[in-house]
Design a protein. Structure first.
Length: 254
């Protein structure tokens, strides 16, 4: 049974959602929510079931305690995903979600004995590139808001409303704390296919994109698309057409 707190259905596969050939679980960026992926079913192959992770502190989870460490987040997400392993399971993570997806795969494998079919990381440098950088979360809410607005996420429009801003700030603070304090432990490469998607104008992700290959002992495919950090807002059809083909071409079993 799907954990309704953590996982929001986006698209059921096939007639009445029966017998999907694969499952796709989407993990949003810092401050993001399942609504980030609400239009994706229009572009995804109908034989693929799609779900989105809802982190605490947003949507119906405003009252839930936020999560500020990668270890806790990966453990919780992996626990929610483990029961879905009866079908080939792909994880897609964008920006912060890419790092969470990467660590979640490790927990799924090491703790739950589940081997996902593959991992798609989007708009993010590889883990070893996240060891240093500007800690925006320690500079206060104004710095966080400025960074979110600068990146141009469609859902950042809520920050223009003072009342909505106060609602979303706790989740934003938690997300920035989580990703900026994340220090990946040395680990063997993942034994699953890896797809690295990024906007060609996103210097932080495009520059080191090929370095993701060191984190997989299987295949590592680069998928550049026109655009900046949130290229997927305008390129969803191209992205999902390609991913659908990949998901169905190599079904595997977890």
């Amino acid at each position: 049974m799907t954990d309704q707190r953590w996982l929001h259905p986006l698209a059921a596969a096939g007639p009445r959602g029966r017998d999907p050939l694969a499952r796709l679980v989407c993990l949003p960026h810092a401050g993001g929510s399942p609504s980030t992926f609400r239009d994706w079913p229009r572009h995804l192959d109908s034989r693929i079931e799609a779900l989105a992770v809802c982190y605490p502190g947003r949507h119906e989870r405003f009252a839930d305690p936020v999560v500020t460490t990668m270890a806790d987040m990966a453990r919780e997400v992996a626990g929610a995903l483990a029961p879905l392993a009866d079908r080939p399971l792909w994880l897609f993570g964008h920006s912060m979600g890419a790092a969470i997806a990467y660590e979640t795969v490790r927990v799924l494998t090491d703790v739950h004995g589940v081997r996902p079919a593959g991992l798609v990381v989007s708009g993010s440098p590889p883990p070893h590139r996240l060891l240093a950088g500007d800690a925006i979360h320690v500079r206060g809410d104004d710095a966080i808001i400025a960074d979110v607005l600068d990146m141009g996420a469609a859902d950042s429009a809520v920050l223009a409303d003072p009342e909505l801003r106060q609602l979303v700030l706790p989740a934003l603070r938690a997300d920035y704390t989580l990703i900026e304090t994340y220090r990946p432990a040395p680990a063997e490469p993942l034994d699953i296919p890896l797809i690295v998607a990024y906007g060609t104008d996103d210097e932080d992700a495009a520059g080191p994109a090929d370095e993701w290959a060191r984190h997989s002992s299987s295949t590592a495919e680069l998928l550049p698309l026109p655009g900046g950090h949130f290229y997927l807002q305008d390129r969803a059809e191209e992205l999902l057409t390609h991913l659908s083909q990949r998901f169905l071409a190599a079904p595997g079993r977890s």
